[in-house]
Design a protein around this ligand. Structure first.
Ligand code: APR
Ligand code: ZN
Length: 237
């Protein structure tokens, strides 16, 4: 398993122009989680849910990775199996920065993919609205029950098992841009040899005393210090 685990949240994509969730101008300030991101919302509130993810998907088209994504992509491609890039984000900025999609562990789904609820076909619709690709019907079975490939609250999130695996013998955990409201980063930091936290400001859900190094700064500033530590650890072999 990887010696370095980098776990990111919405904060790492903030400087690329993507909204976070819980900051004052975040997504959850303007939308209700219950209405568009909770199990069952595709039955009770399908149209609003589909249009919420359509809007976020189409907005991705011109968003570029920032230097935090790029530095981590360079390190991942250089130390392939020694670094696990795990993200709560559903954007494709690590992929745009040069990491193969299969080398990014997305815990909460992937915005440019959709999934057929009839035959479980998962396919890429790029930056399009769901209804604009194959009339919104599954490209395999033709079913109209196609949904965003996003993990809603209360739904199964199978990739968390990969996080558990990767953290097992990790020497350095790096947490960047997450409030810790969903993934329990305190527990992760408590069990690893060394841990770094980078956020803009303290979070009620994170006990930063569990971390060996805490950097309250923009990820594009913090990434240099983080990269130095990763290189120092991995260059030792
Ligand atoms: N650099 C570093 N950190 C930043 C930056 C930045 N430029 N901008 C914001 N942050 C930090 C904030 O300090 C905050 O701690 O990013 C964090 C964003 O927290 P949230 O908005 O709660 O996002 P996240 O932790 O990713 O949410 C987790 O909740 O709603 C679900 O599925 C959704 O994946 C999401 C999950
Ligand atoms: Zn299908």
């Amino acid at each position: 398993m990887a010696r370095v685990v980098v776990l990111s949240g919405a904060g790492i994509s903030a400087e690329s122009g993507l909204s976070t969730f819980r900051e004052s101008d975040g997504l959850w300030a303007n939308y209700s989680v219950e209405d568009i991101c909770t199990a069952g919302c595709l039955v009770t509130n399908r149209d609003e849910t589909i249009s919420f993810y359509d809007k976020r998907r189409t907005e991705l088209v011109d968003k570029e990775p920032n230097s935090a994504h790029k530095v981590l992509a360079e390190l991942k491609n250089r130390y392939k199996n020694d670094i696990a890039i795990i993200t709560q984000n559903v954007d494709n900025l690590f992929e745009k920065a040069g990491i193969a999609h299969e080398d990014v562990i997305h815990l909460h789904g992937f915005l440019t993919n959709v999934e057929c609820e009839q035959c479980q076909n998962i396919y890429d619709i790029g930056y399009n609205k769901l209804a604009d690709v194959n009339d919104g019907k599954c490209t395999a079975c033709g079913s109209e029950y196609v949904r965003p490939y996003i993990v809603m609250f209360g739904e199964a999130a199978p990739n968390y098992a990969l996080l558990d695996q990767e953290i097992q013998d990790c020497s350095l955990l790096v947490v960047i841009g997450t409030s810790g409201m969903v993934v329990g980063v305190n527990t992760l930091a408590y069990f690893v040899e060394r841990s770094i936290l980078n956020n803009l400001e303290p979070s009620d859900a994170i006990n930063d005393t569990f971390f060996d190094k805490v950097i309250y700064d923009k990820a594009t500033n913090a990434i240099h210090e983080i990269a130095y530590e990763i290189e120092e650890l991995l260059a030792k072999g």
